[in-house]
Design a protein around this ligand. Structure first.
Ligand code: PEP
Ligand code: MG
Length: 542
């Protein structure tokens, strides 16, 4: 048995197979090959594998998410088998005697550039698809396709580090736990683990040895320990711990259906945070009374190109309908910093967390913003949607946003597309917004405090930087005073204020927040019942 230690960012016990996650290598080497005919055959075989994988993905998506989302895999199958594309690759292998991976990468560049130069928006969008199918072929050819696909059973992923765009690609029903060698407690990957309700460890001293793949592994998310090839005694102790954990979860179930009201009668809105329409299942299972933060950028992270208005509309409508009239607060695109995707073409920045991100992208590229706003307003007709805007620093930004919102509404009216009036709120996640929250409160319907970013900007601590972990003090007085001030300013203007950052689920602070007058707490679905227990035991007046 091997034992490794890390820092836990979410508790729980997982027992399963270990799967090493290797980062995708984008650099393809050019090699001279002797036998071109054999290389063409190797390519043809990879193509067959690729097409059958895409068929499987199509069937799975059709079952899980419906025809509209599954379509893309059918399109990819056709593209991978397209005569021009395939001939160009085979000709290059035959004429230049180069390896198939290299030929695919060169043809990919040529075809993607050709699509990108077209006038038609739809055709331009195909450039990303060409990249996507070519990447699949290169990975099959070079044997670097993710190991997770090799396992039928659920796995524990062990990685150097994981970007949110990588984490969202994992099949959730096959993921038991996440263990990384790097990582920070406030990263979006940690947040995703909490949403999925699986143990997660960061800063773990486990090596990424390929021979660990497929070995039995136990992750103890309470102590931050990983056991590879556990001995019988450890396995028995851990199985008992797992059973106890499940029992405790079971006990919490008794709080389902109970009101979110303090011992002295103050009602609190207890909502949940999600990143994907599929997360609604766990919101409902855990009996949250609404969704306080739908991180819409995850729709963009999961896609290989800008999600269209229709795709977004379907996603928002699905969530609104499934929540059956309960509040669904959707945050507009918060891309940038650690959440990046290639197709946005974002440049490398010195300080991405303080850079071109979130509302700054939306205000400088209003066509992206308007597409999302149109989808949101269209979906408003199907439930109780509210919209909130991230990374606000000034009243001027809010006024500019409201101007764009009005334009979108006028357009929809002209086109006779039905929509409802929705609450418009902002995230308070910069010290600037907190300091001018008295003025901001006069402009919007609600505030939602994003303590993850508010903490990083107030304490000048990069939330992604693992070395700063022990300087990251979420209970710092500066943060708590700001929260109190923001709530006071909200109430003075007659609007409500909640917390949707991770601090909202900090069980040590539930009573403090209630006493401050916080109206709403929005937490990971897995934390809802624990927070409910604390709310019901807390006193609002001391
Ligand atoms: C926050 O900053 O607290 C927040 C909720 O947003 P995110 O974690 O997505 O940046
Ligand atoms: Mg934030």
């Amino acid at each position: 048995m091997l034992k490794f230690n890390g820092t836990s960012v979410f508790g729980g016990i997982a027992i399963g197979s270990l799967c090493i996650f290797q980062k995708k290598e984008n650099k393809v080497e050019r090699r001279q090959i002797e036998d071109a005919a054999q290389e063409v055959q190797r390519f043809e075989k990879a193509k067959e594998t690729g097409i059958s994988q895409l068929k499987e993905l199509y069937d799975k998506a059709l079952k899980d998410v419906g025809e509209a989302e599954a379509m893309i895999f059918e399109v990819h199958q056709m593209m991978m088998d397209d005569g021009d594309y395939v001939d160009s690759i085979c000709n290059m292998i035959t004429e230049e005697h180069v390896n198939a991976e290299y030929a695919v990468s060169q043809v990919r560049n040529r075809f993607a550039a050709m699509f990108e130069a077209m006038d038609d928006d739809y055709m331009r969008g195909r450039a990303a698809d060409i990249r996507d199918i070519s990447q699949r072929l290169i990975e099959i050819l070079s044997g670097t396709q993710q190991a997770m696909d090799m396992f039928q059973e659920p796995v524990v992923i062990v990685a150097q580090d994981l970007a949110p765009s990588e984490t969202v690609q994992f099949e959730k029903d096959k993921l038991l736990a996440i263990v990384t060698r790097e990582g920070s407690a406030n990263s979006h990957t940690a947040i995703l683990a909490r949403t999925m309700d699986i143990p997660a460890l960061i800063q773990t001293d486990i090596e990424l040895k390929p021979e660990y793949n497929g070995k039995k592994v136990i992750v103890d998310g309470f102590t931050g320990t990983v056991y590879v090839d556990p001995d019988a005694e450890t396995l028995k102790v851990m199985e008992e711990k797992l059973a106890k954990c499940q029992e405790e979860k079971q006990l919490l179930q008794q709080l389902k259906g109970k009101e979110d009201v303090t011992a002295d009668g103050r009602k609190i809105k207890l909502y949940a945070n999600i990143g994907n329409p599929k997360d609604v299942e766990s919101v409902l299972q855990n009996d949250a009374r609404g969704i306080g933060l739908f991180r819409s950028e995850f729709l963009y992270l999961e896609s290989s190109n800008f999600p269209t208005e229709e795709e977004q509309f379907q996603a928002y409508k699905t969530v609104a309908e499934k929540m059956e009239g309960k509040k669904v607060i959707i945050r507009t695109l918060d891309i940038g910093a650690d959440k990046t995707v290639d197709y946005f073409g974002l440049e490398q920045e010195e300080n991405p967390a303080m850079g071109y991100r979130a509302i700054r992208i939306c205000l400088t590229q209003p066509e992206i913003f308007k597409t999302q706003l149109r989808a949101l307003y269209r979906a408003s007709a199907y439930g109780e949607i509210a919209i909130m805007f991230p990374m606000i620093t000034s009243v001027e930004e809010v006024r500019e946003i409201k101007g764009i919102v009005e334009e979108v509404k006028e357009e929809l009216e002209k086109q006779e597309i039905p929509f409802k009036e929705v609450e418009l709120g902002i995230m308070i996640e910069t010290p600037a917004a907190a300091m001018v929250s008295d003025d901001l409160a006069k402009e919007v319907d609600f505030f939602s405090i994003g303590t993850n970013d508010l903490t990083q900007y107030t304490l000048a601590i990069d939330r992604q930087n693992a070395k700063l972990g022990h300087f990251y003090q979420p209970h710092h007085k500066a943060i708590l005073r700001m929260i109190e001030m923001v709530v006071k300013n909200a109430h003075a203007a007659g609007i409500w204020a909640g917390i949707c950052g991770e601090l909202g689920a900090d069980l040590e602070l539930t009573e403090t927040f209630v006493k401050m007058g916080v109206d709403e707490l929005s937490v990971s679905p897995s934390m809802v019942l624990k927070v409910r227990k604390n709310i019901r035991e807390a006193k609002a007046e001391s």
